[in-house]
Design a binder for this molecule. Structure first.
Ligand code: ZN
Length: 232
């Protein structure tokens, strides 16, 4: 009795339609999280197709980035915030892969991101263990699938925790964040155009620190993709 109940459970979940995460009303198939209306209402930036977009401008005078974008604007009390919350803090990794695929489609359509591989912005090891996953790596799963390019992990690593530094002065923080990444196997990255991926861009300081470390590798170029841009 008990055994047959558990046996039938996964099949039930696999085919049963559910409500849209955005509006909570429209019933959709299991492959999707949002109804068509909510997908259309998402705060797309269209940055991928535009050179000199606000994300690229963030890095001007700081590091030489080939192309940069964020898929969405991050706005509070919105569908995108709900999705990010479900994904990042409630551990719904399927939402992350789904969002990664949306990013991947934009990158492909833009023809400005001719990258060879994706690299998730690494988390400090302890933080990743606590969360159980790196949200940027899950986004990379979706991007990699759509763009048909490999993900490079366990090469670029985070060596210092920036966790306790939020109260420090901006310059002090930058001094620390600057030294917090390391490339373990430069040879693997040589000559490649790499896409560095993060979830939410705020100041861009962490991405800058990581990218500048990657850019020390011979003949490497770096582009950046983020899920959402937080405007302050
Ligand atoms: Zn909806």
């Amino acid at each position: 009795m008990k055994q047959s109940f558990f046996k039938s459970l996964p099949i039930f979940h696999l085919f049963y339609p559910h409500n849209c995460i955005g509006c909570g009303t429209d019933v959709i198939d299991n492959e999707n999280f949002l109804c068509l209306e909510c997908i259309n209402d998402l705060p797309y930036t269209n940055f991928a197709i535009h050179a000199n977009n606000p994300v690229e401008k963030k890095f001007w005078g700081r590091i030489a980035i080939t192309s940069a974008m964020s898929e969405f604007y991050f706005s509070k009390a919105s569908v995108i915030q709900n999705l990010i919350h479900e994904f990042k803090y409630k551990g719904n990794k399927r939402i992350g892969t789904y969002l990664g695929k949306i990013i991947g489609e934009s990158l492909l359509n833009s023809h400005r991101f001719n990258v060879d591989a994706v690299i998730p912005l690494p988390l400090f090891e302890k933080k990743e263990r606590k969360r159980g996953f790196n949200q940027a790596a899950i986004l990379c799963d979706g991007i990699s699938e759509v763009m048909n390019i490999p993900i490079i992990t366990k090469n670029v690593v985070r060596i210092i925790s920036t966790e306790t530094q939020t109260r420090k002065h901006r310059d002090e923080r930058w001094q620390n964040v600057k030294k917090s990444f390391s490339v373990l196997y430069p040879h693997q990255l040589e000559g490649k155009h790499l896409l560095l991926v993060d979830d939410v861009i705020t100041t861009g300081a962490t991405l800058e620190a990581c990218a500048s470390e990657i850019l020390k590798v011979k003949s490497v170029t770096v582009s950046i993709a983020a899920l959402a841009l937080a405007t302050r």
